[in-house]
Every structure is written in C-alpha cells, then in structure tokens.
Design a protein around this ligand. Structure first.
Ligand code: TYD
Length: 205
C-alpha cells in the first residue's frame, strides 16, 4: 500500500508520518518512510540544490523540473521495487506537492505540471493521500512560534503564496478520490485516529 501525506509547511504531517510508521511497524508490517525531495543518493543531491538558500536565482521552471527529477529517481529506485514486494510505503509529500506548490503556488500551467507528474510517477499512484489542512493564519502562527519573531515583509508576502497552495490542495482533494482531507487543527491523537480508521476502511475494500 502506498500512502502519501500532504499539506502546508507546519501542518504537522511529519508527526503523523512518524506515528503511522510506529503503529504499522509494531504490527509487524514492512514499512518504508520516504521524504520528498530526497530518498536516494541522486535525489538527496537534487534536494540540496533545491533547498540551498544560496540558490536564490533559481527559476520556477528549474524548480519544477528538479523536483520532478528527484521524484523520478525515487520512484524507479525505491518506491516501485518496494510496492512490488508488498511493503507499505509512506511518503512525506509526493507529486501532489508539485501541483499545489508549483502549479497553484507559482502559477505554472496546471495541465503541463499534471502531465509531467504522470510521466514521472507512472504506475506509482498513491492508494490514499492524507491532506492535513490548516488555515494560513495557523501556518503563520506556528512559524512565528518556532522563530520567536514577528513576521517580516517577505514572510507576509508568503501568506499569499500559501493561500494559493492551499487552494491547490483543496482542488486536488475534490478531484482525486484517493484524497482524505483532515482538519489539522484537531489534536495529534485525533488526527492519527482518523488516519488509522481510513486505512482500515481502505484495506477492507
Ligand atoms: P521540507 O524542508 O522538506 O519541508 P516540509 O517539512 O514542510 O515538507 O521542504 C520541502 C519544501 O519544498 C516545502 O516548502 C514544499 C516544497 N515542495 C515543492 O514546492 N514542490 C514539491 O514537489 C515538493 C515535494 C516540495
């Protein structure tokens, strides 16, 4: 089973990934957690280029294609072989991140981004995708809490960006039947319970 987690920065998906991994491993299942971008030697190198603060001149087109390149390697090298041996694969972000961030957030043509994702993931289509949804105000609140500072001008302009990314996620949640939107304002344990219930329901077919 292939399960992906999506949501805005600070939505709490990484915590949920860890809780789910612990649960499934405890049940004796074979589980592999991956994070995007990254997960293979080549993909980690691409991740460093993508997240390096010095690369401020990076074009949005370059960004889209680097995310896609990192993903293609991860699919071929790690995800498909594991799914073929019936392992659980849990990914912290996957192709929906590119649709939300690069198409909706950065404004690159949606049809093109969609086609590129189909090319890159092939048959590695997630069975379930959990969208941990939080309002933009909460992203800002959690961000200032971590940084202990008031938001500066650039971070305020980021709010518009996050608003568009969130719209992208909500669009995907209505388009794709594999999506489960969960209220990210619920307590950690409550969110975990919803996730476990959904996986159980899905497994029973
Ligand atoms: P990361 O530090 O992994 O953040 P998080 O813990 O929130 O996942 O950085 C990933 C950043 O890259 C995050 O801001 C989302 C962005 N991103 C894209 O813009 N497109 C993508 O396809 C992916 C996978 C991530």
């Amino acid at each position: 089973m292939f399960i992906t987690f999506e949501g805005l920065d600070f939505c709490g998906k990484s915590t949920q990934v860890q809780l789910l991994e612990k649960l499934l491993t405890g049940e004796g299942k074979k589980v592999k957690v991956i994070r995007e971008p990254g997960g293979t030697i080549i993909s980690e190198k691409i991740r460093n280029v993508l997240l390096d603060k010095k690369n401020s001149e990076m074009l949005i087109e370059t960004e889209l294609i680097l995310f896609a390149a990192s993903r293609a390697q991860l699919v071929g090298e790690v995800i498909l072989p594991l799914l073929d041996e019936n392992s659980f694969v849990i990914s912290d972000r996957f192709h929906d991140s590119s649709i939300a961030y690069q198409a909706f957030g950065r404004g690159i043509d949606l049809e093109f981004v969609d086609e590129l994702q189909k090319f890159v993931i092939g048959r590695a289509i997630p069975d379930l995708t959990f969208l941990i949804d939080i309002p933009i105000e909460e992203v800002v609140r959690r961000k200032t809490m971590v940084k202990h500072v008031e938001l500066d001008r650039i971070e305020r302009s980021e709010m518009d960006f996050y608003e568009k990314v969130r719209e992208g996620y909500l669009f995907l949640a209505s388009r794709e039947s594999r999506f489960r939107r969960i209220d990210g304002m619920l307590a950690i344990e409550e969110i975990h319970k919803v996730i476990v219930d959904e996986i159980t329901k899905y497994s029973k077919g």
